[in-house]
Design a protein around this ligand. Structure first.
Ligand code: AMP
Length: 214
């Protein structure tokens, strides 16, 4: 069982690295952000409620995300492991995760803390683009597509996330520092935390992560 948690500020590269890890370990990425955006897109009641928090750069209530993750962890593709990307984001979520994992007979094997300077984070988030078709991620300067605005993999249109705008980014970073950063200390006691310098080249960072996990 490989249970990986990716911790880090918005824009620290959790999603990008999680996608690469799914390929090398054949375990799924569980991104609460992606699942919430899906719920918003399909217009479910939960999606409508979550949207009000997401649009303001706030956090969706703990009980909502805990429920989503608990359901997702019980799906068949999580039998060999999972990569949690963007969850837990608060201490109560981490405590609930402990309980859920115990109940399901699963466990966390590694917690990776992706560390990037705030200046670089702002630059990354403002230039970030996501494919509306397949979810692949790009950056207008650091990881541009071959054709502007088009996904290299599926030809889909590249969009900027609604919450990757300056005022919302600022609020998300405030919430990160207040609610999520304390999780590094929460997990430090488990001896499973690895700090990863996550500035610079995507493949080099992935190389570092792969070595830590082997
Ligand atoms: P992300 O894609 O991880 O940056 O998440 C986008 C937004 O979804 C966040 O700014 C929150 O509003 C919401 N969200 C995602 N994951 C969580 C979580 N674990 N707890 C609360 N809100 C979340």
């Amino acid at each position: 069982m490989r249970g990986i948690i990716l911790l880090g500020a918005p824009g620290s590269g959790k999603g990008t690295q999680a996608k690469k890890l799914t390929v090398s370990f054949s375990i799924p990425q569980i991104s609460t952000g992606d699942m919430l955006r899906e719920a918003v897109k399909s217009g479910t009641e939960m999606g409508r409620q979550a949207k009000t928090f997401m649009d303001q750069g706030g956090l969706v209530p703990d009980e909502v995300v805990i429920g989503i993750v608990k359901d997702r962890l019980q799906e068949k593709d999580c039998e060999k492991g999972f990569i949690l990307d963007g969850f837990p984001r608060t201490i109560p979520q981490a405590e609930a995760l402990d309980r859920v994992l115990k109940e399901l007979g699963k466990e966390i094997s590694s917690v990776l803390s992706l560390e990037v300077d705030e200046e670089e984070i702002l630059e990354r988030l403002s230039g970030r683009r996501t494919c509306s078709g397949c979810g692949a991620m790009y950056h207008v300067r650091f990881n541009p597509p071959k054709t502007e605005g088009r996904c290299d993999k599926c030809g889909g249109t590249l969009l900027q996330r609604d919450d990757d705008r300056e005022d919302t980014i600022r609020e998300r970073l405030v919430n990160y520092k207040k609610s999520t950063k304390p999780l590094i200390d929460f997990y430090r006691g488990t001896g499973k935390v690895h700090a990863v310098k996550a500035s610079g080249d995507i493949d080099t960072i992935f190389e570092t992560i792969s070595q830590l996990l082997h």
